[in-house]
Design a protein around this ligand. Structure first.
Ligand SMILES: [Zn+2]
Length: 76
């Protein structure tokens, strides 16, 4: 489970806030190749301070096309 569910996976609080609707993004986007960018959305549990960030689906598609995929480890 992640903070995107609205429930903190660390402390089970529902005091989860996000910057999805914020035009002034709280962090620069990830740069993906030449001129590409993936906007990061932040989710914060204001009870315990846990922060998670995610790229929007459009950014995820760009990254899938441009960045190498990590091969799952065999013995982890
Ligand atoms: Zn929490």
């Amino acid at each position: 489970m992640s903070l995107r569910s609205g429930v903190c996976p660390n402390c089970e609080s529902t005091e989860v806030h996000h910057d999805s609707a914020n035009l002034m993004r709280s962090a620069p986007p990830l740069r993906v190749g030449l001129g590409g960018a993936a906007i990061r959305l932040h989710f914060v549990c204001t009870a315990c301070g846990l922060v998670q960030d995610f790229v929007e689906p459009e950014g995820a598609r760009l990254i899938r096309a441009k960045w190498p995929r990590v091969e799952p480890a065999e013995d982890s």
